[in-house]
Design a binder for this molecule. Structure first.
Ligand SMILES: [Fe+2]
Length: 256
């Protein structure tokens, strides 16, 4: 896995200098749609840690198409790694490759992740990994002779404790556009699926790009054309304040 920094933007959405919503330092936040489509992500360095500004900037960029989550109860979700948690986004262990809100009919197109506090063992822990669609399709074909048709047709089962059951393929064709719907930690492994899932994960690990966010950096992910996961995280006890220090993030989902 290798880290790629942002290249020169091909398609630019420039925010107006005179906007009342946008702080001066964020007047040139630019979204490179082509880069995000191809590599799965873009990093904006030194955005800052003002969460209100984060919301305002992405509200502006998305023309007020921020994604409201019923479960979270807001458009912006702040969370931190905990010593013990049942919530997948707050655990120390490495997360599974996934797309967000995969069971929704229309999952949001993009995710913006703002680093509000780095991992105590930054930059070695608390990183992110991104799997772009094209390299994964190519790797699955080369390594396991899995065709695009197979990835579109082969159903993966998801069973939940409340009795709900879904079957979804890794890729869907939505109006001619390929889209990921997958969650490594939620998919049900059984005799019929274990080999296929192992092949998917091997290929994902092989093509994943490793991303390191510093304090105040923003990672913009494609939620349709990429899978993402959190790398392993740590916690550190501050005995003077009697608190646990850990990676803290804010996330916003949006459409363009
Ligand atoms: Fe996620």
């Amino acid at each position: 896995m290798s880290e790629k920094l942002t290249g020169k933007p091909k398609k630019v959405m420039r925010l107006p200098l005179g906007s009342t919503l946008i702080g001066r330092t964020h007047a040139f936040v630019q979204i490179d749609i082509k880069q995000i489509r191809n590599s799965g992500y873009q990093i904006i360095r030194n955005f800052g840690t003002d969460v209100q500004e984060f919301e305002k900037v992405f509200d502006h960029i998305s023309s007020s198409q921020l994604y409201y989550s019923e479960r979270i109860g807001s458009v912006c979700h702040q969370y931190h790694v905990e010593v013990s948690s049942n919530n997948l986004s707050q655990q120390m262990r490495t997360g599974g490759f996934h797309s967000d809100f995969m069971f929704q009919e229309h999952p949001p197109e993009y995710i913006a992740l703002l680093c509000l506090q780095t991992d105590p063992k930054h930059p070695f822990y608390g990183r992110n990994q991104v799997v772009a669609m094209s390299p994964l399709i190519q790797r699955l074909h080369e390594g396991f002779s899995l065709s695009l048709e197979a990835l579109l047709e082969r159903q993966l089962p998801y069973h939940f404790t409340n009795g709900q059951h879904f079957n979804l393929p890794l890729l869907s064709n939505i109006h001619g556009q390929l889209q990921f719907k997958y969650h490594q930690h939620l998919v049900t492994e059984n005799k019929a699926t274990s080999t296929y899932i192992a092949q998917l994960h091997a290929a994902m690990i092989d093509v994943a790009e490793d991303v390191c966010l510093n304090l105040g950096d923003v990672l913009i992910l494609s939620n349709h054309h990429a899978l993402h996961r959190r790398g392993e995280c740590t916690v550190s006890h501050d005995s003077t304040k009697n608190v646990w220090n850990s990676r803290k993030m804010a996330s916003i989902r949006f459409n363009l």
